[in-house]
Design a protein. Sequence first.
Length: 230
Amino acid sequence: MKMKTYLKSMWFRYLGNKQDRTAIINVASLIINALIGIGKLILGIYLLSGWFITNAVYYLILCVAKGQVLQQYIVAKRMESSEERYTLELTVYKRGGLFLCLLGVSYSLVCLRMYLIGDAFIYEGIIVYIVATVAFTKLAFAVYGTWANRHLHNPIISTLKMINFTDAMVSIVVTQATLLTMQASPLALKTSSLFGMGCSVLFCLMGVWMMFHKKKEKSADPNRSPGTEC
């Protein structure tokens, strides 16, 4: 009985609201992306592969962006003043827009290299299906997170949703290139790189919109914290 009560209290303390659950899920995603980025950087240096290195730069920028947003989420939760808290949240949101622009530029370089040189690493065998599963899982989580948290007017959570959408779209581009290559399509890398560059432009536009967004989202409760639902 004591264990059940303890587990229940821990659930409500750390997972009792949607925003905290979203933050915890993003911590796990951050760790995975950091491992991918470091792994690609090591492979790039070892194999002298520009494609791996430029990919690693994208993933590391993604990790820095998500890490600073999560760190500021913790800071905002501890603030007592709702006005100061919202000012911080809006600053994080605008800074997130800058990071999205950096992600867009870095990934456009990856795609441009793929288009001009065609030196992308193509997965084979069962890894193809693993890559596809991961990509569509990321996209499903990004869409579900956006829908499930649509009533939570928190700029920090909105920033995380934008970053997750960016991550999911990049995974879809990789999956497209892999599947088209597996089907022996002669234009697999060209079409995938153009799709990726189109996504990069979208990321930059999203980032610019976030940086110049001035609308103040108000909660029904003026004393809300980042961990409470609207």
